[in-house]
Ligand binder design. Structure first.
Ligand SMILES: [Zn+2]
Ligand SMILES: [Zn+2]
Ligand SMILES: [Zn+2]
Ligand SMILES: [Zn+2]
Length: 486
């Protein structure tokens, strides 16, 4: 688990032909196939702020430029800012004094004031002269930016341009292909045109006004630029006063040069994302709506359905043409027993296989709304540099049983093929001979590949058949065994 997310030692081939570690793959229970990021449709379910754990509707999030209203990031280190409270003494106002005549009115009162502070780098809002506020949230001054109005104007202009283009396209399509209604409409039968009806009804005979983009002055390049200040050449540079590139880019509107102009930034919103199989349009991942929950309503990670292969022991020395033993552990993550068979990779048939897959892709869902977006199957871009001895027997992986972990080792004698070294609960270690090709340069990565066939019990209810269906599924696996020794 040293490289949990960047693990490229054992890679599985997705249905589209791309290689991925099992931790990055998903499993569609309806297509019974592995799916990678490219084979899935990514949809934004909801926007939320992970600091205040508030759900924000997508329209509101868009208005707020996908920023949280009440949480801020530190402009120096991008850590979350916290509001700190202090008590300050302020002189009592004269009218307040007048109210409390009889008592021993003191001339000062204490008041709670808030400022923003970063607990990671000790930056505070007082450093840049932001006055303390009387309430902790919602009252922090917004910084003004020089080009804000210009950008607002440009946005308005281009929104109108897009709208106009859309209208024109619709008009063009309407003129080009008159609607073929099954039944003649009222206007067709009476020979009246829409404009005539409008006139009869006393409405103005005009189509809705076309969106007209407002005029904006185009920006002009100028050669008149101010001279650099003399101090730049005469005074030594104090790097503590200058901002880093990261700090500048975290405030894209202002891009301050000195640290005195760093202001707290609204926190960016996070999204909850659901993934959908592009072939069958079923959800593969669906998170719970509640932003504080990290659970899923649907979670079809490949690691929960496909046998997990890990390397136990790599051969110490890899030499071309010399056989060595490779130990691998197979783990059954499902609650049903699994029969595992290892087979040779499809070599010459692979191109034909890919062609077959392409046909399936096109024919499977003619009504799909994202047909053009489906990932096209391709030939696997990985060649093997060693031969692996494929055993001709299959072996059984018992189902996962969490309580079995605590049982004492009471293994029933099982008739196992010779290559199974040991087994414990739902895991089995097997040992296979590998032989690197003998024409390789020292340092070449030794890759072995095989087809993993496993029995899978699908628990998705099929209307016609009551019992869960057992399928024999295959996955192609490539294992990096290290480099060829010199
Ligand atoms: Zn699917
Ligand atoms: Zn894929
Ligand atoms: Zn927030
Ligand atoms: Zn900080």
């Amino acid at each position: 688990m040293a490289h949990f997310l960047a693990n490229t030692t054992v890679q599985y081939v997705c249905a589209c032909g791309l290689l991925n570690p099992i931790t990055k793959l998903f499993f569609c229970r309806h297509c019974l196939a592995l799916r990678c990021d490219f084979c899935l449709c990514h949809e934004v379910d909801s926007h939320f702020c992970y600091n205040c754990v508030e759900n924000i509707p997508s329209s509101e999030a868009k208005l707020k430029k996908y920023k949280c209203n009440s949480c801020f990031d530190c402009p120096t280190c991008q850590h979350t800012l916290s509001a700190r409270a202090t008590t300050v003494t302020v002189p009592r106002k004269p009218e307040e004094e007048a109210k409390e005549e009889g008592g021993k009115a003191s001339t000062v009162i204490t008041r709670k004031m808030y400022y923003l502070a970063c607990l990671a780098c000790r930056w505070t809002s007082r450093d840049v002269g932001i006055p303390d506020q009387t309430v902790a949230t919602g009252s922090w001054p917004e910084s003004e930016y020089g080009n804000a109005t210009r950008f607002a104007l440009l946005m308005e202009h281009f929104q109108a341009v897009v709208l106009r283009d859309k209208q024109e396209r619709q008009d063009y399509l309407r003129r080009k292909a008159p609607k073929q209604h099954k039944y003649p409409s009222l206007t067709d039968r009476t020979g009246l045109t829409v404009s005539m009806i409008r006139r009869q009804m006393g409405w103005s005979d005009k189509t809705p006004p076309k969106a007209k983009p407002i005029d904006v002055n185009p920006s002009e390049a100028t050669e008149d630029v101010d001279e650099l200040p003399d101090s730049l050449f005469t005074e030594p540079v104090n790097l503590r006063d200058l901002t880093t590139i990261k700090q500048r880019l975290s405030q894209p509107a202002a891009q301050p040069v000195t640290v005195r102009n760093l202001f707290p930034q609204h926190k960016s919103l996070s999204i909850k994302r659901s993934l959908r199989c592009r072939q069958c349009e079923h959800n593969v991942i669906k998170p719970e709506y509640n932003p504080s929950s990290i659970k899923y309503r649907i979670q079809l990670f490949a690691a929960h359905h496909v046998p997990d292969i890990r390397i136990i022991c790599l051969p110490e020395k890899l030499q071309g043409g010399v056989k060595t033993l490779l130990q691998m552990k197979f783990c059954n993550p499902t609650v049903h027993d699994m029969t595992v068979t290892l087979k040779e990779l499809p070599a010459s048939e692979e191109v034909a296989f890919v062609e077959e897959m392409k046909k399936v892709t096109v024919s499977s869902s003619p009504l799909s709304r994202q047909l053009s977006l489906t990932e096209e199957p391709r030939v696997v871009n990985q060649s093997t540099t060693a031969q692996i001895e494929i055993p001709d027997e299959s072996f059984i992986l018992p189902h996962r049983d969490d309580s079995a972990e605590f049982d004492e080792d009471t293994l029933l004698p099982q008739e196992d093929p010779k290559f199974v070294v040991w087994r414990r609960a739902n895991r089995a270690c097997i040992e296979l001979n590998i032989e690197p090709h003998d024409n390789l340069a020292p340092g070449t990565e030794i890759i072995v590949g095989f087809t993993l066939q496993y029995s899978y019990v699908n628990t998705v209810q099929v209307p016609e058949k009551k019992d869960p269906q057992t399928h024999n599924l295959t996955a192609r696996v490539f294992i990096n065994c290290g480099k060829l020794s010199a």
